[in-house]
Ligand binder design. Sequence first.
Ligand SMILES: Nc1ncnc2c1ncn2[C@@H]1O[C@H](COP(=O)(O)OP(=O)(O)OP(=O)(O)O)[C@@H](O)[C@H]1O
Ligand SMILES: [Mg+2]
Length: 492
Amino acid sequence: MAVSGQEPDRTGVRLQQGLGFGLSGKLLLLTIPLILIVEILIYVPSIANFRVNRLNDRLAAANTAALVLDAAPSGMVPDALARQILASIGARAVAIKSGQQRRLLAAADMPKKIDHDVDMREIGVGSAIFDAFRVMLDSGDEVMRILGPAPGSGQFIEVVADEKPLRAAMFRFSRNVLLLSLVMTSITAGLIYYALHHLFVRPMRRVTANLVAFHENPESTARIIEPSKRTDEIGVAERELSDMQRDLVSMLHQKSHLAALGLAVSKINHDLRNLLASSQLLSDQLASVPDPRVQRFAPKLMRSLERAIAFCQSTLSYGKAQEAPPDRRMVLIEPVVNEVRESAGLASDTSIEWINAIERGLTVDADPDQLFRVLLNLVRNAAQALESDKSGAGVARQIRVTGRREGAVAILEISDTGPGIPEKARAHLFEAFQGSSRDGGTGLGLAIAAELVRAHGGELSLVEGTLGATFRIMIPDRAVELHRLRDARARG
Ligand SMILES: Nc1ncnc2c1ncn2[C@@H]1O[C@H](COP(=O)(O)OP(=O)(O)OP(=O)(O)O)[C@@H](O)[C@H]1O
Ligand SMILES: [Mg+2]
């Protein structure tokens, strides 16, 4: 990953601090005991099997000796030969039982007692394992008698032998198994570790290192992870992470632009307020002009300027380009709408028909200045849409304002017979700087209107399926008090 200056070191330190005992170490620690467990599971039956095989070998050799015994003329062999035969098969005595007869091959140094009987004709897995460990844990000179099927017509064959040589052989076997296990464990652990390290640990480390580096400077596009071509879950995680980082970087850039813009707006507001204040001083003098037309317009001009100054002031005192909380009261809506009509220049415009369909005496629980701004933005948009509409020559150019109350909610609608909302403006209609599709439009009007309505706990929405465009403002009254509810009921 391309990171510059001193940062790789810091990233390394953070990674080490964060990971502690890393994934690789944990993997190795987990692999070795798992392999050892598997090897123990293999060792236990193999040591039991080893002992059973040794005992069976003994019996096979004893069977050969029994054949010699059978071949001897009187059933007896010379003492020296008997000893030789017994030594070669590692037994102290061999006896064979056929019919009622039990013949003993030889009894060189016969022990006083037999410590263990091992019947090879009925041997189970459990007892074979148990006996194997018993033999290895014994330490003295125990003697065992091994019983097995006899050759020819014999019923069974018995071999009396020392356990010590068997135990020594079992220890030798175990030592060899142990050595082999160590070699196998090392090789297997190494291979598994190598494979897992390459498959998982390394890519995970890359992702982790990237996250740490990205966290240090989330505004830098250089820190966005370059996803690999993997198709597995890690590949998906890398691609998702990369997309997320890209979104985050662009969001942060947008946010810092907005912050800069907020500052610029504050500065503009500041000077605009001063300019408006000067205009207010000048327009004060208009009041003394006796011309009746001036007398009619001067108060409206004064009111507009006052409102503009108050707005600049409230924005400034709020610090950023954010709205002050609404100062709500019950406002009679009709005069506000009339003022909006005049401010939008529609009172004198005969090319656009104005239709007022507001319920008589309708009140809205709202901040009058903010409500004025919401309506002005919507009416301006409608007027601009009608003026820009070249195609709808045959359709009457109308703006209709409807107002009604549904219980504790006041509903206002601004409709026009213009071309309707263009497709490309629809997706981000209420988002700042996103929704404009108009030359010279900033895309702020609807965002501001929606924010103001939301601050009243209400909703501004586009009504679908109408001719032209219709925007609906719904503003609920503040907590419903009983007397208001009664009033509303009384009204129907
Ligand atoms: N009544 C309407 N009829 C048709 N299109 C409309 C109407 N109202 C809004 N629009 C569309 O929605 C877009 C966004 O409106 P918005 O008021 O947010 O921004 P604007 O009018 O472009 O700029 P400004 O910030 O100056 O108001 C407009 O550019 C226009 O394309
Ligand atoms: Mg607008």
